[in-house]
Design a protein around this ligand. Structure first.
Ligand code: NDP
Length: 295
């Protein structure tokens, strides 16, 4: 078993981003700037946004966190997004999900100018990704593709099984793996909660991407020998063993599955760190105007 080490790969790529950001800052006279909107006090969301802000600073970006109470209205949020869309000093905007029930996440996503949509959730970016056109790729699938590329994992002609079809992970992941690109050119099966006999489907996989949100869901009896296993899951459980008061678990039963896998991502230390890299790369591209020219 070999580890797909998110710590190592993210550190290397962040070094490159830092150099590019310094060049941009020298030329433009300002740093790449990411704004993150956070609504409410969800513990997981607070941790993710704090980590995104910290990483922006680490690579020389400016970052701004705008916080709202849980009772903010959809109209107030959209008004703020429109203000940010019109602000030329801001390159990227993300609204941390999930949002409270009274706010429609689709309306929020579509309110963001697709040229600042560095999470890659806007229908224009998703559509362009499907067509293999330049776009912002959703940060988590982007990070996974960068990881596969870094380790030169052979994907062409392989059978990939993605478990989970969310708009932000499973679905875009299946599109990227099937694209005529490298990494890519997989034969992809996209599975979900209505899939019949999931175990048989997953057992056929050369590459497994688990994005379900259920601790240790993928067990050793579902994995064929030498499979490549990508664990996207982040499942938080309270713990008295850690300083933070919680422990993270993946969607894959790592201890049982790792001995069978050729390559596997750990949780923590795998996909989560690569997601940040995907976001940083998108923000830098937004600042440089390489995907969508700055007006
Ligand atoms: P969602 O809840 O949006 O989607 C979960 C998917 O899993 C759905 O498609 C659902 O099917 C499917 N599913 C649920 N139960 C089963 C089952 N028994 N059998 C087969 N499929 C099932 O989750 P996300 O995609 O947003 O996130 C998935 C996990 O990844 C979570 O743990 C999340 O925290 C983590 N995550 C990690 C990130 C990172 O950076 N590492 C980034 C984003 C998410 P159906 O559509 O039929 O309901």
């Amino acid at each position: 078993m070999n580890l797909l080490d998110g710590k190592l790969v993210s550190a290397k790529i962040k070094e490159d981003i830092k150099k590019d950001a310094a060049d941009f800052t020298a030329q433009a006279g300002r740093k790449p700037h990411l704004v993150a909107i956070l609504v409410g006090n969800d513990g997981g969301s607070e941790t993710y946004v704090a980590s995104k802000m910290r990483n922006c600073e680490l690579v020389g970006f400016e970052s701004t966190n705008i916080r709202y109470d849980v009772d903010v209205t959809e109209e107030q949020l959209i008004a703020k997004i429109q203000e940010i869309n019109a602000d030329a000093s801001i390159d990227g905007l993300i609204v941390q999900l999930p949002l409270p029930k009274h706010i429609d996440p689709d309306k929020i996503t579509e309110a963001i100018d697709y040229r600042k949509d560095v999470d890659g959730f806007h229908p224009i970016n998703l559509g362009r990704m499907q067509r293999n056109l330049p776009c912002f790729i959703p940060a988590t699938p982007y990070g996974i593709m960068l990881m596969l590329d870094y380790y030169k994992i052979e994907t062409a002609g392989k059978h990939a099984v993605v478990v989970g079809r969310s708009n932000i992970v499973g679905s875009p992941m299946s599109i990227l793996l099937a694209r005529n690109a490298n990494p890519g050119n997989c034969t992809v099966t996209l599975t979900h909660s209505r899939t019949k006999d999931l175990k048989t489907e997953v057992l056929r996989a050369d590459i497994i991407v688990a994005a379900i949100g259920k601790k240790n869901f993928v067990t050793a009896d579902m994995v064929k020998d030498d499979a490549v296993v990508i664990d996207v899951g982040i499942n938080r459980e309270d713990s008295i063993e850690t300083k933070s008061g919680f422990k993270l678990y993946g969607d894959v039963d790592f201890d049982q599955v790792a001995p069978k896998a050729s390559w596997i991502t750990p949780v923590p230390g795998g996909v989560g760190l690569m997601t940040i890299v995907g976001l940083l790369k998108n923000t830098l591209e937004a600042a440089k105007g390489t995907i969508y020219p700055r007006s």
